[in-house]
Design a protein around this ligand. Structure first.
Ligand SMILES: C[S@@+](CC[C@H](N)C(=O)[O-])C[C@H]1O[C@@H](n2cnc3c(N)ncnc32)[C@H](O)[C@@H]1O
Length: 220
């Protein structure tokens, strides 16, 4: 990211205003519209098989089922058992159309408009896998997830240590894995409507593959 030579930082975009994150926390090297970056499909997996299995195992353990929203989704949602009705929201229509677990697909740019295009209390649970680092209005989005998830429902965020670095927020790039867990827990707390978040490392500590961290909470 280009910062000026003198010590006068440029006025940062107003993002998650009032949520008290450091200046530039939500800046990104590539500030072009996300639609450009995600214009072509990427039929790849962003974490290895061990981490993917850990995501599915967590969803099973937490009983994520019923009407479920997979936020920032692609062609894979990692459920071991497909939920009764899975809605996938992401940026690339071709990827979403190829998701074998999806019943409903929605293309929507959360950085352009954090408002979710769903009615209040329309889901039993929501998940977001290896994508929370791309949100520039995460507190607004977590607040929206609280609006659309029914009381008692969970929102499960999982992530590893890999990303598209030009699209991830600066605050994420400069954080350690442990700090990233704290950042996501903070999004839940600042958004409101969520119980005290749970933080867990879901892959073994002495693990040679991609690590998998999870932060989740229950709709109050
Ligand atoms: C690293 S991929 C992860 C995809 C999928 N969740 C998975 O587990 O493989 C990041 C995903 O975030 C989505 N995404 C990125 N920026 C977004 C935005 N501004 N609004 C909505 N979705 C976005 C993209 O469509 C992409 O599928």
């Amino acid at each position: 990211m280009q910062l000026p030579d003198d010590d006068t930082p440029p006025a940062p975009p107003v993002r998650d205003a009032g949520a008290r994150f450091p200046r530039h926390f939500f800046a990104r090297e590539d500030e072009r519209d996300d639609a450009e970056f995600y214009a072509f499909p990427r039929f790849v997996t962003h974490i290895d098989g061990g981490a993917i299995a850990a995501v599915g195992a967590l969803y099973d353990e937490l009983g994520i089922d019923g009407e479920v929203l997979d936020l920032m989704s692609s062609w894979v949602s990692h459920f071991k058992q497909t939920p009764a009705r899975l809605t996938v929201l992401g940026m690339n229509a071709e990827e979403l159309a190829a998701n074998p677990q999806a019943a409903v697909t929605v293309v929507h740019d959360l950085n352009e408009d954090p408002t979710l295009p769903f009615d209040d209390a329309s889901f039993d649970a929501a998940v977001c896998c290896v994508s929370v680092d791309y949100l520039v209005h995460p507190v607004a989005v977590f607040g929206e997830v609280a609006r659309v998830v029914r009381p008692g429902g969970k929102f499960v965020c999982t992530f590893s240590n890999r990303c598209f670095p030009t699209k991830a927020i600066v605050g994420w790039l400069y954080a350690s894995d442990a700090q990233r867990c704290v950042i996501v827990a903070d999004y839940f707390r600042k958004a409101g409507g969520w119980s005290e978040p749970m933080i867990d490392q879901r892959t073994p500590v002495h693990h040679f593959g991609d690590p998998l961290y999870a932060v989740w909470s229950t709709r109050a």
